[in-house]
Structure formats: C-alpha cells, structure tokens
Write a protein that binds this ligand. Structure first.
Ligand SMILES: [Zn+2]
Length: 376
C-alpha cells in the first residue's frame, strides 16, 4: 500500500465527523457514516468486512484476514472522537503541513484506524499467515465503550494491539477509575434561624478535607512500577437552594484513579471509612467503575511487538504505563493480553490536534511485521 493512498485514507477518515453522541448529542454525529466508509474501503481492497450494530445507528466494523487454523491477533481502534466544538483549526479539513496531519480525531485516533486498515491490506496481500487477523474498529470508546464490550462478548483473540497515539511507546498498563457520590443532609430553615437550621454544605467541609488528606498521605504511597501512585480528587459539588435558606442537602462527586493491584471492595471500603469517620450520616453511592489494565512484560505479544519495532525502527520501544483509561482494559478483563502502540501526535481532546504522518506509517509497518511473527 503506497503512502499516498494511506494519506488519502487518513484525510478522508478525518473529513467524516464521528463525534461521540453520548458525549456531545448537540453536535448531531455518531459513528455510522465513518463505519460505512471503512467497510466500503476494506471491501474494495478485498478484505472481508462488515458492520455490526450495537444500539440504534451505532456500529462496530469487524474485518477478518486468514482462517481459524491457528492463533488470532486482534487489531483495535475506536471510531468515535470527542467534541469538535471550540477548536482553533477547522476540525474536518485535514490539511498536511510539515509532516503533520491536522483535524479532530487525527491522532485520537483516525491515524490508528488508518494504520490498521493499511496493515490488514498488506497482510492479506502477502498472504502467508497461519491463523487469523481480526480487525475491531469500535464505537463509543470516549464514553461507555459499548463497542469494545460488544466485540469481546462475541469474539476471542490470543492478543490485542490497540493503536491509541502512544508517541511510539509501548503502553503495557494503564490506570482504572471509580466514580463516587456523597450526599449530606442538613435541616432547611430561614437563614435567620440559627437555632433551627443546619447546613448540609458545612457538613461536606470536613469530608472534603479528610479525602484530600487521604489522597496526599495514603494514596501517594500506593504505587505501581509503570503507573506511579494512586490518586483521587473531588470534582463536582452542589448544594442548597437559595442564599437565605439553610441548605437541606449537598452532593459531591469524586473520582479515584486505581492501580492494577487494587481490588474494588477494598478501595471502596477504604474511602467509605474515611468519610464515615468525619460524618457518619453521609450517604455514599458508587456510580461507575472502569478497571485498570496490565499486560505482563513477558507476554508473547509484548515480546513480538518489541522485536518487530526494534527490527524496523532500530531500537526497542520504551515500555510505559498510562494514566488514562483505554479499551485495553475491556480486552484484558477477558484475559486477552492487550497493549497500546501508536503514532506520535498532539492535542487529544484539545483545540488543536495533529498526528505525525511518518510515525503512522511506521506503526503500520510494525503491525504488519508483528502480525506475521504472531500468526506463524
Ligand atoms: Zn483514544
């Protein structure tokens, strides 16, 4: 596959908005148009590809190369992007300048999609694999990951490479997160009635201070080799109804970033006891959880991808952990060893976003070589 053809592919992918409707319904996009474009492109390049609808008009693209007679390697990228609002560049005009391709989703992660599509065509053309390459281009990673969840419920694989923009580093682990909500109750009264009123907001004060202390003293000491320390922060707060009434209720949301070694039950118990120690009537709800992800450095996919990388780029990739969450955790939870390895880029979720085109081509070559070594 020529680099001109891959550049055109990347630019056409950026031109089709695929903003996640769960994050930004007002923008009126979803993943369907880009998914249809991808199936047409792969089919025109002799790859078996199909849409798999998950809910409403939100599909994954699944494509396969090879047969069920050996190991299976999955290559995965997400179709959706974050909002294009507030961007300082035209989000859907993918200009190429000084080796960079600009646009919303250029690095997160349409370059990753293009690298996988190009690699699939190259692998099919060379045709000497034993086993199967399965391509999972999934919807909704930026919100609830319904695409990746649906994919792993239907398909298995011996390993997975996700091409998030890792700046050519091999990401073997990332943190998870846990969202919680605390509610305190006071006693509503006219603002002059100090003898009757109790402020729910005031009761939140010691809780916030205790959680901050807990973050700085206890969580900083829980660390992981690749990921550094665990952490938490208070992110949203609300309470009261008007300025001259004692606040009857207050609600506060917090987020805890978790390490692979941490168990859900222990993590939640720990926070609950910090809160109950200062305000025993506070009510705690656990709202949402995303597991952390970790792939053993001895795993075959880490070794294989590192060898391919070294052969093509001239040195081993730097192996790192990431603070933020990716679909790797969804695969890893199904015991599919998963890593992230992707191009150099800038501006994930920011007003200017670009990807370095040459690094995308390098990733494509590493994917082809890794697949040939893995599917032997
Ligand atoms: Zn991403």
């Amino acid at each position: 596959m020529t680099s001109e053809k891959i550049l055109r592919l990347l630019q056409e992918l950026i031109q089709i908005p695929s903003v996640n409707p769960g994050l930004c319904p007002q923008e009126g996009y979803n993943e369907e148009k880009i998914a249809i474009y991808i199936v047409d492109w792969l089919t025109a390049n002799d790859i078996k590809a199909r849409l798999e609808y998950i809910e409403g008009s939100r599909p994954n693209v699944v494509a396969e190369v090879g047969e069920d007679d050996g190991p299976t390697l999955c290559l995965c990228a997400h179709l959706d992007t974050v909002s294009a609002m507030g961007m300082e560049i035209d989000p859907f005009d993918p200009r190429l300048e000084a080796g960079r391709v600009y646009g919303r989703g250029s690095c997160d992660m349409k370059a990753g999609i293009a690298a996988i599509m190009g690699a699939a065509v190259d692998i099919a053309e060379e045709g000497n694999i034993n086993g199967k390459l399965i391509v999972a281009l999934v919807c909704d990673e930026e919100y609830k990951s319904i695409g990746a969840e649906h994919f792993v419920s239907k398909y298995n694989a011996d390993a997975c490479i996700i091409t998030e923009p890792t700046d050519m580093k091999l990401v073997a682990a990332h943190k998870g997160f846990l969202w919680g909500k605390v509610t305190t109750h006071g006693k509503s009264a006219h603002g002059s009635r100090w003898d009757l009123g109790q402020s729910a907001i005031t009761k939140m004060g010691p809780i916030i201070t205790a959680l901050d202390q807990f973050d700085k003293s206890i969580l900083r000491n829980k660390t992981h080799d690749l990921l550094g320390p665990a952490s938490m922060h208070v992110s949203l707060i609300d309470g009261g109804t008007e300025i001259s009434t004692y606040a009857a209720t207050s609600e506060m949301h917090f987020e805890r970033r978790t390490l692979p070694s941490e168990e859900y039950q222990h993590t939640t118990n720990e926070i609950e006891s910090v809160i109950k120690d200062v305000e025993e009537w506070a009510h705690i709800n656990w709202v949402f959880e995303r597991k952390p992800s970790v792939c053993s450095l001895d795993d075959f996919i880490v070794q294989t991808a590192s060898s391919s990388f070294q052969e093509l780029i001239g040195e081993k990739p730097e192996v790192v952990g990431w603070d933020f969450w990716t679909d790797a955790a969804v695969f890893q939870q199904r015991d599919i060893p998963s890593i992230n390895l992707g191009p150099i880029g800038y501006g994930l979720h920011e007003p200017v976003e670009w990807v370095e085109f040459d690094s995308m081509l390098q990733i494509q070559r590493v994917l082809v070589d890794t697949a040939k070594r893995f599917l032997k």
